[in-house]
Design a protein around this ligand. Structure first.
Ligand code: ADP
Ligand code: MG
Length: 694
């Protein structure tokens, strides 16, 4: 356990309780507080006239009470209407004291701060902060933007502000700049102290929009440092792993060679050059007595799973176990089915482990994993539950790693670790991140890339159509299904909320069922339990269902060769990479495939450019590159936040252009400045071991 420096107690207002809370956030020294960064800013420096209030805005207003009333519509509440020369605003209180009610009477002048919503009565604020002003008194306003810090349990915003005030005035000058001055000058970035002063206390007139978008040079300076800290940390993990021991698993013993030969013969196709090259990289790594840490990168459908299976056979031939982990039940189940289909005929025992297993089945799986009768164990993060132990885990295969945190991956590594050996690890991702970015965020991994698709694949033809031509699209689906093809109809989430997931797809499924009575339609969404999902998926794979209406749960990995048509609704709302992932669900069989991107007009310029990229290319790497170029400042990233790293200021996509500088500076620091490396890690990742409890 980490302990505090004595100085943290010297801050006004920090007693044992606050010290404990700060420590839980990894804040052990006064200076660490400066790296707890505001999440957003409020502008309390100016008054907004009531007539100019906009929905969603947080504003300071000054008005006189025209009416105040307690009403009982549904719920007892106090409604106070204030007015100024430009308009009116309703304040709504659900909880209020008698004293409050008595003070809020007609003619009283109020200064209020709160978030504006538009209700039936026009603009409203629910439970605003307020104070009574005297007539003629000038409204007391802040002279700086007000930072809003991440919520810390037991520490109110004003206390965090007070603490950062103290640290800024007493300690900021003692903060060493860990970056070489020549570099920051080259990049035209402000000094660390100036950047921190600015982001904690932006001066009046600071560009709120630039700040909100995270694009202010001061934020970029901090983003650089944060990315650097993570990069350095990953490189250290890798250095340490090099020194760790693993079980060497050469592919050369006759038993291993024979097993792999039987496997490849059973496949019915030959491996592509890219697959063979990747497998050769893996074979070389596995033969070493140190853990392999390899990323297998390749576009959707390029055939990463076969490569992973071939690698697994080597470990199994040596008498050890392999764990295969996927981020969702659906994907894990698919892997289970694939590995069973491929490996069970070779006499290999594949065991399934998911969080939704009943106790009896789970106990059995646990026992088989512990006694070694389970040779390959497939599952979700259930694979690293604390009660589970492996007899001899030699290789960990992680699919679609961007859904897991580095932290989780390391946990699984620790699972297999004994004093004598750590498991090898193979990480598969279909996210074709550009090379510089990959080198930054996967700095602990070596990379193999599969660039080609298996032969005979037809490129997917992509077309974009406005929503008003929906009827034509429905006809097209009917024709395709009548012709024996299968289709997906994808309804993305419009709101970033899991429980709306079903709502996105259900009405569409109902409408399509009505329009296409002769077509067998299925529905799948993230709120169904895994048995339901599996039933639907199985029916679709078996061709019993012709049209599958789905949310983006089918985004990654799902493999149905008969599907050759995909419709994506609200395509303008999705990011490029996500669209590309979705599109990868078709074009997996021999038939030529089509992807229809339905959009709502009018199309914003950026959205038009995105859809155009997809029309123009099927190459995932090119899509990824264009994605980075097109994502301008301030654009909301439509994809779910990746679990890759927990970042405070940096955004891996927005700040991807900093990657080359990150690598350059990292090389320099690792060669010359060990204390600076430690300092950076401490500031941004915490003093815990490795990625420990961030
Ligand atoms: P991904 O890289 O997206 O995980 P998969 O491993 O799921 O791709 O492979 C996609 C499909 O292509 C699977 O049905 C797989 O059996 C098939 N496949 C893989 N490699 C080849 C190959 N060399 N030739 C023909 N088909 C292949
Ligand atoms: Mg896959």
């Amino acid at each position: 356990m980490q302990s505090s420096s004595p100085e943290i107690r010297s801050l006004r207002g920090v007693g044992p309780a606050a010290e404990e809370r700060l420590l839980r956030l990894g804040i052990s020294r006064p200076l660490d507080l400066l790296f707890l960064l505001p999440q957003r800013y409020e502008d309390r420096t100016r008054l907004t006239p009531l007539g100019a209030l906009r929905s969603g805005e947080r504003a300071v207003v000054d008005g006189v009470i025209a009416v105040a009333d307690v009403v009982f519509r549904g719920r007892r509440s106090l409604l106070v209407r204030i007015t100024d020369r430009t308009g009116q605003l309703t304040l709504r209180f659900f909880h209020f004291s008698r004293a409050q009610q008595n003070s809020l009477v007609t003619g009283t002048r109020l200064l209020c701060f709160g978030e504006v919503r538009f209700g039936p009565l026009g603009p409203e604020m629910v439970h605003p902060e307020y104070r009574v002003l005297q007539p003629g008194q000038s409204a007391p306003l802040e002279d700086r933007l007000t930072p809003v810090y991440p919520a810390v349990e037991g520490l109110a915003q004003f206390r965090i502000r007070d603490l950062t005030d103290q640290v800024l005035s007493r300690y900021l000058n003692t903060l060493p700049d860990a970056l070489p001055a020549a570099e920051t000058a080259d990049l035209k970035m402000p000094a660390l102290r100036d950047a921190l002063q600015f982001v904690h206390r932006p001066p009046p007139g600071a560009d709120l929009q630039l700040l909100g978008a995270g694009m202010h040079p001061c934020q970029r300076r901090l983003a650089l440092e944060e990315m650097l800290a993570h990069h350095l940390s990953l490189r250290q993990i890798r250095e340490r792993a090099r020194a760790d021991r693993s079980i060497a698993l050469p592919a050369t013993p006759p038993a291993a060679v024979r097993l792999r030969e039987r496997f490849t013969r059973s496949l019915g196709f030959t491996l592509t050059g890219g697959q063979r090259a990747a497998l050769a990289d893996i074979d070389t790594d596995l033969a070493q007595p140190h853990p392999m840490m390899r990323l297998l990168q390749g576009d959707v459908g390029c055939g990463k799973t076969v490569v992973a299976a071939a690698a697994a056979l080597t470990a199994i031939a040596h008498g050890h176990q392999v764990a295969v982990m996927a981020p969702t039940e659906l994907l894990a189940e698919q892997h289970r089915n694939t590995f069973r289909r491929w490996l069970e005929p070779l006499g290999i025992t594949v065991v399934w482990l998911s969080g939704s297993l009943r106790k009896r089945a789970r106990d059995q799986a646990y026992a088989a994993t512990a006694d070694g009768s389970a040779q390959l164990i497939v599952g979700t993060h259930a694979l690293f539950q604390s009660g589970l132990s492996y007899r001899s885990l030699a290789l960990v295969i992680v699919d679609e790693q961007h859904r897991f945190g580095v932290h989780q991956r390391l946990q699984l590594m620790d699972k297999g670790a004994s004093d004598a050996a750590r498991p090898h690890q193979l990480v598969m991702t279909a996210t074709p991140i550009p090379r510089t970015l990959a080198m930054t965020i996967y700095a602990d991994l070596d990379t193999s890339v599969i660039r080609e698709l298996p032969p005979g694949r037809q490129p997917v033809t992509t077309i974009a159509l406005p929503d008003k031509r929906r009827a034509e699209v429905v006809t097209r689906v009917r024709d395709a299904c009548r012709g024996g093809a299968q289709a997906y109809w994808v309804c993305p989430l419009i709101e970033e909320s899991e429980h709306l997931e079903s709502q996105a797809a259900e009405p569409t499924a109902a409408a399509l069922a009505e329009a296409l009575p002769e077509i067998r339609i299925g529905l799948i969404h993230g709120r169904m339990n895994s048995a339901e999902k599996e039933r639907v998926m199985k029916a679709f794979v078996a061709g019993e269902l012709q049209l599958l209406v789905a949310t983006t749960v089918i985004e990654v990995g799902v493999d149905v060769a008969g599907a050759s048509l995909m419709i994506i609704e609200n395509a303008e709302r999705l990011g490029l990479s996500q669209l590309h992932q979705l599109r990868g669900r078709v074009g997996r069989g021999r038939d030529s495939s089509t992807c229809v991107l339905l959009y709502r007009s009018p199309l914003a310029e950026m959205a038009r450019a995105r859809l155009e990229v997809l029309r123009a290319t099927n190459d995932g790497f090119e899509v990824a590159q264009r994605d980075l170029e097109l994502r301008g400042p301030g654009e909301v990233l439509g994809t779910r936040q990746t679990g890759l790293m927990q970042l405070r200021v940096a955004d891996l996509v927005r700040d991807a252009d900093l990657a080359p500088a990150v690598q350059r500076i990292a090389r320099e620091l690792l060669a010359t400045a060990a204390p600076a490396v430690e300092e950076l890690r401490h500031r941004w990742i915490g003093a815990g071991d490795r990625y420990g409890a961030v």
